[in-house]
Design a protein around this ligand. Sequence first.
Ligand code: SAM
Length: 292
Amino acid sequence: MSIIAGRTGNMTIVGGMELHLWFIEDEPPGMALALKVKGTVHREKTDYQDLAVIETVDAGRALVLDGCIQTSDMDEFIYHEMMVHVPLCTHPLPEKILVIGGGDGGGIREILKHDSVKKAVLAEIDERVIAAAKKYLPNTSCKLDDPRCQVMIGDGFEHVRAHQREYDVILCDSTDPIGPGVVLFTEEFYRGIYNALKDDGICVAQTESPFFYGDLLARVSGALKGIFPIVKTYVTVMPTYPGALWTFTLASKKYDPVESMRVVDLETKYYTPELHKASFVLPRMVKDIVEA
Ligand code: SAM
């Protein structure tokens, strides 16, 4: 028998009856994702957010910020491979890359699979996320101490404002548009990204669920289209994110992500060159949102 009993905890026996505890994410509020948990590995209140690492029964460990799953051992590779390899296999020579947010380190791990990359900068506002990822999520954070990776603790918005024509690729691996993540979904921020990119640079932003954040996807896509000549949304599947169907939006100064795709020899579990191209074939409902 399973009883939904709260956000984190262990299985207990009460009066001979097994009570299983579940982590429940009810954001958006009208639908819940539930993962059966073995226990809470770590929990703290940082300067920016409530941070927890939970040990789940089927999805391995998961990083939870303000009650929302950011990454889980089970499916993080899908998100990180699709966020990173699509732009890096579009740019002909990606050498200097910026990740905004992304303190779990999964994006950095994938970026450093590309031999062309000389430097990958991580601009993460919350150093406690990096510390927790290093300690509790070793598979995801394993490249954060690589000599090609430079970790900068601070606001990603300020970071792009302070850099001009410096990066080949910028990835916005942000939390949902709440708390410190709000600024990372504004037009002013995208203008800063445009200026921080070299003349043939590419940006990818995670643009959330088309079911629950369709208005945000439409707004971000519209804002990017007013700044970059090439803007295309692509989709993937993320079992531990609300609605499972997930979107990224790529904005490019020069290279089209389908026509300019390079086949790169990479060790991946999800990304393939075929999937790279196929992910830009949009379901009607997503097409309607981004073309509105
Ligand atoms: N893959 C995840 C998702 O879509 O749910 C995002 C993961 S990553 C952990 C998100 C990170 O963005 C968090 O660690 C958070 O601290 C960071 N973040 C939020 N706002 C930020 C800002 N203004 N500048 C830099 N990092 C920020």
